[in-house]
Design a protein around this ligand. Structure first.
Ligand code: ADP
Length: 628
């Protein structure tokens, strides 16, 4: 290859898309490009520090690890140089020619998922990293030499339109030097004072010396090592944004330090948004692991339980051996201990927040409740504490108000043994008019409304709270101590028995596994109950949807028979009993419709068309009777 050979490459299509959006965006905080580049420089230095531990042969080994920024107002230039890991030719193409990194990927995913036109808000939520420089740059040059001794010095150039070039640059020193020629309207960033003001926000979080025009600007404090009393909200917020490359404000933050049983300092954040809720991919763990200010792993998998992946921040333990690697983290007993301690403290922090600031906790719950549910169902070590963080609507509270299981228990009626819940994925209104609810309501028993399909799994995994069974009110073994107050007398025992037998025979064992009189009903004549504990209607609905999605809607497993319970105080049931003797044909017709209606009300009806046809016929009969 000749010395001056210049390769020209087109940006990957996705990069072009991001660049287009970034360049044309109205995003007002242009200055964040500086934060992104300083953060990249810091990462590159961190990587070099790790490489130096393992590799003997590092290019320019005596170069100090630092970041230097310089401004040239006359030429409208701002330059950011680091002595970090640098880029090889291949790395230039892969890292700043394609979409390889998380920020921009998430950004594009969000565009697709929400179908919105890119706006300020979206750009505001996802860091687009290096590419953000093109908000302010007319052209960008990157002089770089990789840490690898035999690599070439290179110059990468682009004006951010469609392509970039790479040529040899023998003068390039180890690390990267990014020279930005500013657009006329953003010349302010070539002024030392302006840059200094921007850096002031976060430069103190950068773990390496940072100089502006030769003058040192940071004192390298590690915020998480400070005593709690010295950490202000504002500092914490700035730190969060810098460390997590976040664009939002955190909902809340939590500082925790201890000397025993482990030396640990940590600063944790609950983010402002839940990106998984926006249909984006699963979050990566976001709490970085440090040992005495030295970064061990920015995204350690075993440091915290899976369900805590929404939490951002830092954990620093002086007890860790400095040479611990990402591989040995997996097996470390110390990490397991850290995990225990921090998780316990974090849960306690949430519980305290719920007590002290219910409004804030509700915000946390609405954004991140799903993660807490995941924990309550799956994290057996912390299950008890997590179950206290769960919140639900309930039949005793108005719509929109939430209750904890503890508060539910404190309101339980004397003699009430179970915690009642209703799977109510169709929402509040449907829950309120559910035939399952009426018997409990009539007796003043409170029922939790669970709107999220995942709740059923959570209740099943928990099975109990405070020694009280979590009991789904659609179960056929729901029993009451007392009868509901009603003026109507029930059918006598003999008639009831005969009616039950008759119904069993008419409906057949494919439709009903049992028919029985029940005290659970007040306004409804009958209710269908799911006879199979292990296959709930909820699950069946899910399986049906899966079958349909696989293009074989007819290959459904047959629906199991239900338990039909009767309200023998209801006039319809009483009349049906009389009709059975006088007009058996009409009686069986009514019995079938009674069954379908019961299924319909329970959300179990498979063939609504047939039921509708029968309803037309009923109307006809009714109108005939009205004819004069
Ligand atoms: P992100 O920082 O979110 O990964 P960027 O677009 O900012 O995304 O950077 C893309 C990649 O380019 C980084 O992941 C890193 O591998 C590499 N990179 C960026 N800046 C530097 C730098 N100053 N030195 C070495 N590598 C860098």
């Amino acid at each position: 290859m000749s010395e001056h050979k210049t390769e020209t490459h087109a940006f990957q299509a996705e990069v072009k898309q991001v660049l287009d959006i970034v360049v044309n965006s109205l995003y007002t905080e242009k200055e964040i490009f500086l934060r992104e580049l300083v953060s990249n420089a810091s990462d590159a230095l961190e990587k070099l520090r790790h490489t130096q531990l393992k590799e003997k042969d590092v290019f320019e080994p005596d170069k100090a690890l630092e970041i230097s920024i310089s401004t040239d107002e006359a030429a409208a230039l701002v330059t950011i140089a680091d002595t970090g890991i640098g880029f090889t030719r291949q790395e230039l193409k892969e890292n700043i020619g394609t979409i390889a990194h998380s920020g921009s990927k998430a950004f594009l995913e969000a565009l697709k998922a929400t179908g919105q036109t890119p706006n300020e808000n979206l750009i505001g939520q996802f860091g687009v990293g290096f590419y953000s420089v093109f908000m302010v740059a007319k052209s960008v040059k990157v002089y770089t030499h990789s840490w690898q001794k035999d690599a070439e010095g290179l110059l990468w150039k682009s004006d951010g339109s469609g392509s970039y070039t790479i040529e040899e640059a023998p003068e390039a020193e180890r690390g990267s030097k990014i020279v930005i020629e500013l657009k006329d309207e953003y010349k302010e960033f070539s002024k030392a004072d302006r840059v200094k003001a921007v850096l002031a926000h976060y430069s103190s979080f950068v773990a390496f010396p940072l100089a502006l025009n030769g003058e040192k600007v940071n004192t390298q404090e590690a915020l998480w090592l400070k005593p709690r009393s010295e950490i202000t909200d504002e500092k914490a917020r700035e730190f969060y944004k810098f460390q997590s490359q976040a664009w939002d404000d955190p909902l809340t933050w939590f500082h925790f330090s201890a000397d025993a049983p482990l030396a640990v300092n940590s600063l944790l954040f609950v983010p402002g948004h839940n990106s998984e809720l926006m249909g984006l991919s699963r979050m990566e763990p976001g709490v970085a692991l440090y040992c005495r200010k030295v970064l061990i792993d920015p995204s350690p998998k075993k440091l915290l339980p899976e369900w805590m992946r929404f939490v951002r921040g830092v954990v620093d333990s002086a007890d860790l051996p400095l040479n611990i690697s990402r591989e040995t983290i997996q097996e470390s007993a110390l990490i397991a201990k850290l995990n225990q301690v921090i998780t316990r403290r974090f849960i306690k922090f949430l519980a305290d927040t719920a007590k002290k600031d219910a409004e804030l906790y509700e915000k946390i719950w609405r954004s991140f409740g799903l993660f807490l549910k995941e924990g309550a169902a799956g994290d057996f070590t912390h299950q008890d504490a997590l179950s206290k963080l769960l919140r639900f609507e309930s039949s005793s509270l108005e719509k929109g108000k939430l209750t904890s299981l503890e508060d539910y228990v404190s309101r339980m009626r004397e003699g009430q043994k179970e915690i009642y819940y209703l799977m109510a994925t169709d929402g509040r209104q449907a829950a309120e008019s559910s035939p399952y609810l009426e018997g409990l309501k009539a007796r003043g028993l409170e029922v939790l409304f669970a709107y999220d399909p995942i709740d059923e799994w959570v209740f099943m995994r928990l099975s109990k709270f405070a020694d009280k069974e979590l009991f789904s009110i659609d179960r056929d073994d729901l029993k009451f101590e007392d009868a509901p107050t009603s003026d109507e007398a029930p059918l006598n025992e003999e008639d009831t028995k005969a009616l039950v037998e008759w119904l069993k025979e008419k409906l057949g064992d494919k439709k009903v596994s049992d028919v029985a009189a029940s005290e659970r009903l007040v306004g409804s004549p009958a209710v269908a109950l799911n006879g199979e504990r292990m296959m709930t209607p909820q699950m069946r609905r899910m399986m049906r949807a899966m079958q349909a999605a696989s293009g074989k809607p007819d290959e459904q497993p047959e629906n199991p028979p239900v338990v039909l319970q009767l309200n023998t105080r209801h006039p319809l049931i009483k009349q049906l009993n009389t009709l059975r003797a006088n007009n058996p044909d009409t009686a069986s017709f009514i019995a079938t419709q009674l069954y379908d209606n019961a299924l319909l009300a329970a959300g179990l009806l498979e063939d609504p068309a047939q039921a509708a046809t029968r309803a037309w016929q009923l109307m006809e009969k009714f109108l005939e009777g009205k004819k004069e």
